[in-house]
Design a protein around this ligand. Sequence first.
Ligand SMILES: Nc1ncnc2c1ncn2[C@@H]1O[C@H](COP(=O)(O)OP(=O)(O)O)[C@@H](O)[C@H]1O
Ligand SMILES: [Mg+2]
Length: 256
Amino acid sequence: MPLVFSSRLLCPLNEDGHARVWIMLTITNVTKRFGGTVAVKQVNLKINKGEIVGVIGPNGSGKSTLLHTITGVYQPDEGRIEYAGKDVTSASLEEKARMGIGRTFQNLRLFKRLTVWENLMIPAIQIKKNKREATAQAEELLEMVNLSHLRSQQAQNLSIGQQRLLEFIRVMMLDSDLVFLDEPTAGFHPNMIQQFLDTLKLLHGRGKTFVMIEHNMPAIMEISTRLVAIAAGEVIADGEPQTVHSHPDVVEAYLG
Ligand SMILES: Nc1ncnc2c1ncn2[C@@H]1O[C@H](COP(=O)(O)OP(=O)(O)O)[C@@H](O)[C@H]1O
Ligand SMILES: [Mg+2]
């Protein structure tokens, strides 16, 4: 059977050259509590290689907590998380990043006083990337999101939308295979959204898998290959985007 390499995972192909469904991440019965609040309740979710999974749900429904729990910011109180066939339930954010799970934060975590360029070079140094390779990659990513002209600016001088784009391309410098994005377009000027979506599609075309919490419905409907709806800490619908979007429980969660 022919094998195609991404940077860390093997993906077997069928005879016709199409990738078989390849489960990257399996989340089984994951629960996360804060005192008496059950923020994430018995969540089951699988992420397959090559998907762009949109995550929707009302404010306070547990979307960010689920992301924190999957990516190692929090440890789950119950349940199991498997990545590439390995149990990573109690792995830290840094350990998961080294395994190829990247993420951005709803509250950005840039080095505000460092320049745009320095923000991109730090992850490259962390993973000991070849300098010439890192430079070429950073140049290309800056070009993709139209931030090249701001490379010498301190991150804090960028608009919130531009800072979000910077955090997005910074995580791509880590060569993560699976990237979680928490409200990546919040604070965007409307004319930046399409550029972001086009960049995401391009990176997806190069083999990246994305899971993205997003409130912008037209954007999420355009980009997602699958939609997961969350309400009160539980997955209430998971499937084809149009079907999930118009699911009665999803409509009710938004109205209720
Ligand atoms: N660190 C925390 N300590 C206590 N409660 C929290 C914490 N983080 C989130 N919560 C609570 O968990 C629930 C889910 O929050 P969150 O995951 O931020 O929702 P969403 O991202 O969907 O808006 C909310 O009730 C919120 O108040
Ligand atoms: Mg949130």
